[in-house]
Design a binder for this molecule. Structure first.
Ligand SMILES: [Zn+2]
Length: 312
């Protein structure tokens, strides 16, 4: 009787053992592939890769589908874009079909030319006009002056505005993947897009919130709209959040930025109520709770925008 049970028992052990070996081997392959892409690359989910060169530099990402590649943003410098292109080629030889710009600024869009053609560029309505307004004809020259490598990388530079501009929302189906694009109003640039992958629960949030960074906040930003965008994006319940700058994160980045804005508005509001001028507020107001965030010299830009908001 006992010996009858021994065979299936050992067989089960062997089976579990083999399954574990297979699982460990497949995990190792996945990690290996992400590590092979070089510093700054993270595989956030199977076939979804993000390149965040450091704590503050522009983040760019790519998603592999069975039809081809979809990119999110074109990376900060032409050298980083070439690095990105090399990384994509290590993972797949499929064509780059689409490149979604999450905003209009050059550090996300200026290197569209490296991927397009063949990539078709997508962003919300007004993006092309915004990019043309912001474009510096000296861009290529400025990069070329940095180093011989950069001079090589920036060759062929030209402005590539979106081929496709959508209004409010857009669904992009590529192979087995679905990308839902949301227009976010007044949160950062002339046209901002969040990209949501519902099946994978990965959100590319753009620059309405960046990770522990005070950014170059433009005067056209409206804090109420920024906070509304956090609410919308949190309601999607993403597992992974990739913002326009900084490492891969979660919805905690929305909570942190929301708390920052709440405290800033409270302080600016109190000082304005005491009759202090914008100049006085900018001189006196401190945010020591956020002293470890990058870009401390930009606090004044935030006070400008907050002052406008409390004076409304
Ligand atoms: Zn920007």
């Amino acid at each position: 009787m006992q010996s009858n049970f021994k065979f299936p028992d050992n067989f089960t052990k062997l089976f579990i053992g083999l399954a574990l070996v297979a699982l460990v081997a497949s995990c190792a392959t996945v990690q290996q592939r992400a590590a092979d892409l070089g510093p700054g690359f993270t595989q956030v989910k199977e076939g979804i890769y993000t390149f965040a060169p450091d704590a503050t530099t522009t983040t760019c990402s790519f998603v592999v589908t069975n039809e081809g590649v979809v990119m999110i943003d074109a990376c900060n410098s032409p050298l980083q874009s070439r690095n990105m292109l090399a990384a994509i080629r290590k993972v797949t030889d499929k064509p780059i079909l689409f490149l979604i710009n999450t905003e209009t600024h050059g550090d996300h869009t200026g290197n569209n030319f490296i991927f397009s053609p063949p990539a078709r560029i997508i962003n919300a309505e007004g993006a092309g006009a915004g990019m043309k307004k912001e474009y510096s004809p000296k861009r290529a020259e400025t990069f070329a002056a940095q180093s011989p490598e950069m001079r090589e990388a920036v060759k062929g530079e030209k402005l590539i505005p979106p081929h496709i501009e959508y209004r409010d929302r857009m669904t992009l189906n590529v192979g087995e993947r679905t990308f839902e694009l949301f227009y976010l109003k007044n949160v950062h640039s002339f046209a901002d897009t969040a990209v949501w992958m519902p099946k994978e629960r990965v959100l590319f949030a753009g620059s309405a919130a960046v990770v522990r960074i005070l950014q170059n906040l433009r005067p056209a930003v409206v804090i109420a709209d920024v906070l509304a965008s956090y609410k919308l994006m949190k309601a999607l319940n993403p597992e992974v959040v990739v913002t326009g700058h900084g490492p891969v994160t979660t919805t905690k980045t929305f909570d942190e930025n929301e708390a920052f804005y709440a405290l800033l508005l409270k302080r600016v509001g109190e000082m304005a109520a005491m009759g202090k001028s914008l100049v006085e507020i900018k001189k006196e107001l401190k945010m020591p709770e956020y002293a470890d965030w990058n870009g401390q010299d930009r606090l004044g830009l935030y006070i400008d925008v907050a002052y406008k908001s409390v004076k409304k």
